[in-house]
Each structure stands twice: as structure tokens, then as C-alpha cells.
Design a protein around this ligand. Structure first.
Ligand code: DX5
Ligand code: ZN
Length: 224
């Protein structure tokens, strides 16, 4: 089951509700919200008030990707604002086990994220605690970057581990997902596709979302 999670990072913030509505008409299953603090990543984006406003205009789950230092401090605030899923970076969490538990305790679904330079092995001890694993296929901080293919073997490995250990986490991928990369991404095992530029970059988000989902679904049919 492939799901599309449009990232509002590339949306027109002056018309956010409309843009999200168009993406959802195009088949989006989740709305991906990139939270950046200017410390963990070299960019600043949005915070809890925007999540709170989005909560009022869409029924879709809000997938809050925290690219911030000290995520523990902000987890309750994002959960209160309406985040349904909250993911934190392995690289940002000294006490990752505690942080993931903290997310669940606040009623959100916990996810863990790894940067392109971080091996899958660093997650061994937390894979049974998460609802999803997010593999970054660009270095976080900006939309519209080129897809890094080393994420593919990580997706394959995570799918294999899930089967061996009979775990249930879902596999999400983020960065450079577009019409020309989506087939190999899906064949490597990704189930939730984050796409910013490909959905909101230019043209109509509804048509863009539909085309991307179509390409992704066709690729699964060819999966061996
Ligand atoms: C990057 C963000 C992504 C970003 C993806 O730091 O985590 O969610 O919006 O953008 P595209 O799809 O444009 O690569
Ligand atoms: Zn993201």
C-alpha cells in the first residue's frame, strides 16, 4: 500500500489551506510538515501555530518531521497543536528511547529518522518502538534537492529486518521523490512517499499528486 505525504515546505504559504486541499483531492494520505530550527539544520521553517491552523482545515493526519535540537521540549507542544505523527532524528536525540516513548505518551505515533550518512544499524534497539522509520534521501534542510540513491539499500535493509524480526513499522522516504525517481524508491520498499517540490513546486498540486501516485502504484505492480 503506497501512500503520498505531500510536504508543505514547497507550498505557497499564503494559500496553505487551498494547497493542502488540492493535494488531498489528488490522493494525499498524510500531510508532511517540516519543522526546522536553524540549528539542527541550516534553515528555519514553521512552528506549532501553523500545525494548529492546519489541524482545522484538513482531516488528514499531520506528519510532523522535527529537524530540531531538543525535540523533547517541543513534543508536547506539537502534540497539543494537533500533530498525529511525530518523527525525530536519531542524530538529534541523545536518549532516543526516552524521546520515542515521550511521543507515544503524548498520544502521537512515533517515527525515527536517519540522515543520509547514518547507518540503519544505529536503529537496531528502537525499531520495536516506532510506528514508522523515515529514511532521508537528501540532507535535511531544503526542498527541491537531488535524490541520493544510497537511501535505497537502507529501505531494502529495513524491510528485511522488519520481516526477520516480525515488526510492524512502516517505511517512509523523504527527499527528491519525483516522477523520475519514484519507481526505484517504491521497488526498494518505501510505503509512504514524502514529496514537496514534485507536488507543490509548479502546476496544480492535485494533478501532480495524482501523477506521482500513479507512477508509484504502477511501479509496485512491476515489483518482483
Ligand atoms: C527536507 C525535508 C523534506 C523536503 C522534501 O529537509 O525534510 O520533507 O520538503 O522536499 P523535496 O520533495 O522537494 O525533495
Ligand atoms: Zn521532511
Amino acid at each position: 500500500m503506497i501512500e503520498l505525504a505531500p510536504s508543505i515546505l514547497s507550498a505557497d504559504f499564503a494559500h496553505l489551506a487551498d494547497q493542502v486541499a488540492r493535494a488531498s483531492e489528488g490522493g494525499a494520505a498524510v500531510i508532511h510538515v517540516d519543522i526546522m530550527d536553524g540549528h539542527f539544520v541550516p534553515n528555519l521553517t514553521i512552528g506549532p501555530p501553523v500545525v494548529k491552523s492546519l489541524r482545522k482545515v484538513t482531516q488528514l493526519p499531520l506528519d510532523c518531521h522535527l529537524m530540531i535540537e531538543n525535540p523533547d521540549e517541543f513534543i508536547p507542544i506539537f502534540a497539543d497543536a494537533g500533530a498525529d505523527w511525530i518523527s525525530v532524528h536519531q542524530e538529534a536525540c541523545v536518549h532516543l528511547n526516552r524521546t520515542l516513548q515521550h511521543i507515544r505518551d503524548h498520544g502521537a505515533r512515533p517515527g525515527v529518522v536517519i540522515n543520509p550518512a547514518t547507518p540503519v544499524d544505529t536503529l537496531t534497539e528502537v525499531l520495536d518502538m516506532v510506528d514508522y522509520v523515515l529514511v532521508m534521501s537528501v540532507n535535511p534542510g531544503f526542498g527541491g534537492q537531488k535524490f541520493l540513491p544510497n537511501s535505497l539499500h537502507k529501505l531494502r535493509k529495513l524491510a528485511e529486518i522488519r520481516e526477520q524480526r516480525r515488526l510492524n513499522y512502516r517505511l517512509e522516504v523523504d527527499g527528491g521523490v519525483a516522477l523520475d525517481t519514484v519507481a526505484e524508491i517504491v521497488r526498494a520498499g518505501a510505503e509512504i512517499l514524502v514529496a514537496g517540490n514534485a507536488v507543490f513546486g509548479k502546476g496544480d498540486p492535485k494533478t501532480n499528486a495524482q501523477q506521482l501516485l500513479k507512477a508509484a502504484t504502477e511501479a509496485t505492480l512491476l515489483k518482483v
